[in-house]
Design a protein around this ligand. Structure first.
Ligand SMILES: Cc1cc2nc3c(=O)[nH]c(=O)nc-3n(C[C@H](O)[C@H](O)[C@H](O)COP(=O)(O)OP(=O)(O)OC[C@H]3O[C@@H](n4cnc5c(N)ncnc54)[C@H](O)[C@@H]3O)c2cc1C
Length: 394
């Protein structure tokens, strides 16, 4: 395409077709809006015998309910995912606090899903109202009082009433819209590894808190699992350079006995950052998911917060569309920001509290966290509250 190519018109443009952007595109298109979805890289097709994606997420009941309404969850169930009924937290393997699905009268607390497959299930539900620009990316953003124009790398020009930035933590659109951020890089990083386990498919996810950082296990279908090892960033980089056989030996030295004699298949590592956009919109650009906030993955909440953003934002837009009002109005965006920013900040700060309380060996804090875990293990009321929190209930 060249610069003479006529501009194309859509109700909404979405930059980033990851889990959050794709769910938003699906919800809006199902309500009758036309959507341009710009994404750098399409999800990989599913093959039943493929090695699971290293990037997995724990999806809570609130997110599952929205994804079911959108019709993507049913498709994901025909691919690969693993439900879990119990969530365990402990410092010493002898004193485990267990949160059970029975506490919230449900068959499960959540599912571990592969990010790529969830994204794929959403993409496979798109109707013709979603026009994909993929692989493509944005080179320019121009805003006017009643709309925005995106120029893509391919030369395409897209006009729409608003642009949703769902292009992740390093959001280019957020920068083009001039929205600044607050945040920091944590001293810890995390290593994730796909492992085979000697046990049949497990229904429990657990996390051991140690002074150098948590060690977690997330079950996957069959005799597989995903481990997450948080530690000082320099230690994580050393571990990431090991062969699978060497890493297996290190894991078996450090992880608690309930892991069993696992074997590492492959691994990768991630830096950990906290980021909070100063505002969630500017002009006709509005942020959602990791483009608006990134959170310590300690309690597996990042994409669940992103889905909560997406659900509210799409409800507000669809409502305005049905009332024939401006779908990109500042009133709409400020309602969205007012409702989502405090909720996301609260979750971030809660995770930072956990990070500080459990990620050190200072004697008074050691006593405090032992006390916290003991109280949690003995109080069924507290356990029910924490379980409600974990599943994403209000
Ligand atoms: C180790 C780890 C474990 C985690 N575990 C959990 C968990 O258990 N539960 C949970 O809820 N969350 C978890 N998270 C967080 C979760 O992965 C993120 O919150 C989630 O991926 C955010 O989704 P998103 O769609 O907003 O952004 P992303 O997943 O970052 O997707 C952004 C999309 O935009 C595309 N893109 C980027 N830039 C451009 C561009 N310029 N043009 C076009 N396209 C672009 C990318 O290709 C990508 O597809 C974890 C994170 C980490 C690091």
């Amino acid at each position: 395409m060249n610069s003479d190519t006529p501009a194309q018109h859509f109700d909404i443009s979405i930059v980033g077709g990851g889990m959050v952007g794709a769910a938003i595109a699906l919800a809006l298109s199902q309500a009758g809006l036309t959507v341009a979805l710009i994404e750098k890289q399409a999800p990989i097709e599913f093959e039943a015998d493929s090695v699971p994606d290293l990037r997995v997420s724990s999806i809570n009941l609130a997110s599952e309910a929205w994804l079911t309404k959108l019709g993507a969850w049913q498709l994901l169930q025909t691919m690969r995912l693993c439900p879990y009924q119990r969530l365990q937290a402990f410092e010493h393997p002898a004193s485990i606090v267990t949160f059970d699905a029975a506490e919230v009268k449900n068959s499960h607390l959540g599912h571990i899903v592969e990010n790529n497959l969830l994204q794929l299930a959403l993409w496979q539900q798109f109707c013709t109202r979603v026009s994909r620009f993929c692989p493509d990316s944005v080179i320019a953003l121009n805003q006017s009082a009643d709309g925005a124009c995106l120029t893509l790398d391919s030369g395409a020009q897209l006009n729409s009433a608003l642009v949703i930035a769902a292009d992740g933590g390093n959001s280019q659109l957020r920068q083009l819209a001039g929205i600044g951020t607050n945040g920091w890089q944590y001293q810890q990083a995390c290593l994730v590894a796909l492992v085979t386990t000697p046990y049949p498919q497990q229904n429990v996810t657990w996390q051991q808190f140690t002074p150098t950082g948590p060690k977690a296990f997330l079950p996957l279908p069959g005799q597989q699992g995903n481990i997450v090892w948080y530690d000082d960033a320099s230690r994580i980089k050393q571990l990431a350079a090991l062969t699978p056989e060497q890493l297996t030996l290190e894991l078996l030295k450090v992880f608690p006995p309930q892991l069993g004699k696992v074997e590492v298949v492959n691994s990768s590592w991630f830096p950990l950052a906290r980021m909070d956009a100063n505002r969630y919109y500017s002009g006709r650009v509005v942020l959602a998911g990791d483009a608006a906030h990134t959170i310590n993955p300690l309690a597996g909440q990042g994409v669940n917060l992103g889905f909560a953003d997406g659900k509210l934002l799409t409800e507000l837009i669809i409502n305005a569309y049905q009332q024939q009002q401006d779908i990109g109005s500042q009133t709409l965006f400020s309602t969205y920001q007012r409702k989502r920013k405090p909720a996301n900040l609260l979750m971030m700060s809660t995770m930072d509290g956990f990070y500080q309380l459990f990620g050190n060996d200072i004697p008074p804090l050691r006593k405090l966290r032992q006390l916290a875990l003991t109280i949690a293990s003995r109080s069924s009321a507290l356990k029910t509250i924490v379980t409600h929190f974990a599943v994403g209930a209000k």
